[in-house]
Write a protein that binds this ligand. Sequence first.
Ligand SMILES: Cc1cc2nc3c(=O)[nH]c(=O)nc-3n(C[C@H](O)[C@H](O)[C@H](O)COP(=O)(O)OP(=O)(O)OC[C@H]3O[C@@H](n4cnc5c(N)ncnc54)[C@H](O)[C@@H]3O)c2cc1C
Length: 152
Amino acid sequence: MPRAAVYSHHFRCAARFRVGRVFLAGDAAHAMPPWIGQGMAAGVRDVANLCWKLDAVLSGQLPEPVLDSYEADRKPHVKEVTRRAVFVGRIITERRRPVTWLRDAVLPVLNGVPGLASGCRTRTGFPSPATTPGSRPAPVPAHPAARSRSHT
Ligand SMILES: Cc1cc2nc3c(=O)[nH]c(=O)nc-3n(C[C@H](O)[C@H](O)[C@H](O)COP(=O)(O)OP(=O)(O)OC[C@H]3O[C@@H](n4cnc5c(N)ncnc54)[C@H](O)[C@@H]3O)c2cc1C
């Protein structure tokens, strides 16, 4: 029995990822179409960006305003990943016959051309997450036990 389903996708991005002591991360901060499988990955990147900053501020190693770099780091990346997801989604969901023929017949051939596929993936895949200047994690000092082991 043929199955048919209509899926709809949204792009939503919170106006602010931080309001005072409240931070939004993951789908609470942004939702994107699933075409390049980056929804959850974006949330993981959010908390990876935020957690070390919270830790550094709470332990007094960094000043509190560094927490503002969380949104500055994450929002442009989320928007760019979403733009690429929408682009890939347009190709996947294309219904015009000449275009679907190009997609289904020509793309697999082009996929076999060395270098071409990886180049296209770089342009349409997900960009490296950025970290604003001054908000990079400080190098973690080696654990004393590891240091003593390395001297023996
Ligand atoms: C069909 C599909 C395929 C997907 N494929 C991929 C993929 O391949 N790769 C990828 O990276 N991402 C994928 N995603 C996206 C991914 O699933 C989500 O981005 C991710 O689960 C979001 O995690 P989250 O913790 O931010 O939010 P959620 O998973 O929504 O978790 C929020 C949690 O909070 C709970 N909650 C809500 N309100 C309250 C409240 N008031 N009090 C207490 N708890 C509350 C909810 O019950 C829920 O457990 C896909 C999503 C879908 C729907």
